[in-house]
Design a protein around this ligand. Structure first.
Ligand code: AMP
Length: 464
């Protein structure tokens, strides 16, 4: 059943703001969560990023605050805890956008930036605080703010906060809250630790779920390519250029690898920036902005920096390195295919990462079988059909190649120049194999020479 925002019980100022945002109707999580939160009940919601969950809690929170008396001391009445600075920034923007016709003040309390402006804001009085646990706990310890007037608590991306080791901070913050409050928890996945935290935090929470638990966003087409680790830079460059991807978010395992990759991509005339925990907050904000505005094509990120990023119309996420924790895969690919758009997630799996892909498959409840790399045969780059599903594309290519060769002959069985006649075609044999560069050249020559867009890299694939 399709709801309207009015039928969910949202007030006119909120409806007006939503109208200005261009939201026509609520997403499923919004339809389920908003009326429930408006009743004042505690709630735990299993909702992935990209489902519209931020508005799902922000809208009813704003409405409930409008129905309450303002606190005389100027102490906050609502607290939204988030795992990362970027997410704090995004949630802050949502609070401002949805609450633009309401008189509330909000403050973002995050580490890594000057504390003074935050203190000034708090002194002037705020209704809503959006915070990461570390900085908030510091300010509470220094008695720079009181949570005694708090009526609503939201834990957003609770699983990630636990993954990042914030449990002590969360417990200590909760111990300072009044008992009488409404608590809401949003999490993409529900581990036993999360369930335990829910029991500590909530009273008879209603449970809301919109996507099957632990499943990756359905709108994202997921592909795994088996590659050798040293080929990853070239294969990434090839995928981005060959697929004409206008922008991509690329996940790597370490800060060092992130910085290295940016340099390697620059060699291929691919503009990229890296964000990770060593980069200043200002740098991270600018980097994200540059991707959003199309000033750079690729954002390379570690998990710590990338959680909660909301990049509109992000068509591609690449797992350059597979995540060590399978649940991070769900979060990573949730950056694409947001709000019902289709998205693509490509994972480059080295032989050492095979186990990690297995673990992800178990979490998702379906095996992620490695597929053959597209378009590496004979260095021919067929961009026209690259963005269609790989299997379909390969079929098209197979037909085209056989037509070129006068029909009849199956290109998959044609030995290539310099190959023995019993060489198995990479296309056929690479199913569970590994794509490799020429052993003499660490990097495929053509990609390096031509560089930039429209390069025709020659990555020779072999079965392993
Ligand atoms: P979230 O899962 O909260 O990060 O939201 C994902 C994206 O969906 C954000 O860019 C929101 O601005 C957008 N969004 C949220 N609710 C709606 C809606 N009802 N209609 C259209 N877009 C929405």
């Amino acid at each position: 059943m399709t709801h309207s925002f009015a039928s969910l019980g949202l007030s006119a100022p909120l409806q007006q703001a939503l109208d200005e945002q261009g939201y026509r109707e609520p997403t499923p999580i919004q339809s389920k969560a908003i009326p429930m939160i408006l009743t004042g009940r505690d709630m735990m919601a299993a909702a992935q990023t990209g489902t519209g969950k931020t508005a799902g809690f922000t809208l009813p929170l704003l409405q409930r605050l409008s129905d309450m008396k303002a606190s005389k001391s100027g102490a906050p009445r609502a607290l939204i805890l988030v795992p990362t600075r970027e997410l704090a920034d995004q949630v802050g923007k949502s609070v401002e956008a949805y609450g633009r016709h309401l008189p509330f003040k909000s403050a973002i309390i995050i580490g890594g930036v000057d504390v003074e402006p935050q203190l000034q804001q708090l002194q002037q009085g705020v209704d809503i605080v959006i915070a990461t646990p570390g900085r908030l706990k510091d300010l509470l310890n220094q008695k720079k703010l009181s949570l005694q007037q708090l009526r609503m608590l939201v834990l957003d991306e609770a699983d990630r906060m636990l993954d990042l080791g914030f449990i002590q901070e969360i417990r200590s913050i909760i111990s300072l809250l009044p008992q009488k409050r409404q608590s809401l928890m949003f999490s993409a996945t529900f581990s036993p630790d999360i369930v335990a935290l829910t029991e500590e935090l909530m009273r008879h929470p209603v449970r809301v779920e919109v996507a099957p638990r632990n499943s990756a966003a359905k709108t994202v087409k997921q592909t795994v390519y088996a590659v050798d680790v040293q080929d990853k830079p070239d294969i990434l460059s090839y995928i981005i250029q060959g697929g004409k991807w206008s922008r991509a978010l690329v996940f790597v395992r370490t800060k060092k690898r992130a910085d290295q990759l940016v340099e390697q991509l620059a060699e291929e005339q691919l503009s990229a920036v890296a964000i990770h925990s060593n980069k200043s907050q200002i740098y991270r904000t600018r980097a994200l902005d540059a991707l959003k505005k199309g000033k750079v094509r690729i954002l390379v990120a570690t998990d710590v920096a990338a959680r909660g990023l909301d990049i509109e119309q992000l068509p591609l996420v690449v797992n350059y390195d597979l995540p060590k924790v399978a649940q991070d895969y769900v979060h990573r690919i949730g950056r694409t295919g947001r709000a019902g758009e289709s998205g693509r997630a490509i994972s480059l799996m080295s032989p050492e990462e095979r186990k990690l892909v297995g673990a992800i498959g178990e979490l998702l409840g379906r095996k992620l079988a490695p597929e053959p790399l597209p378009f590496f045969e004979d260095g021919v780059l067929d961009t026209a059909t690259f963005e269609t599903p790989v299997k379909k594309t390969l079929k098209v290519r197979k037909q085209t190649t056989s037509q070129k060769k006068g029909g009849g002959s199956n290109p998959a069985k044609q030995p290539r120049k310099g190959q023995g006649s019993n060489h198995r075609s990479a296309r056929n044999s690479n199913k569970a194999g590994t794509a490799k560069t020429d052993s003499k050249n660490k990097r495929p020559a053509a990609a390096k020479k031509v560089g930039g867009f429209g390069a025709k890299p020659r990555v020779r694939r072999q079965s392993s």
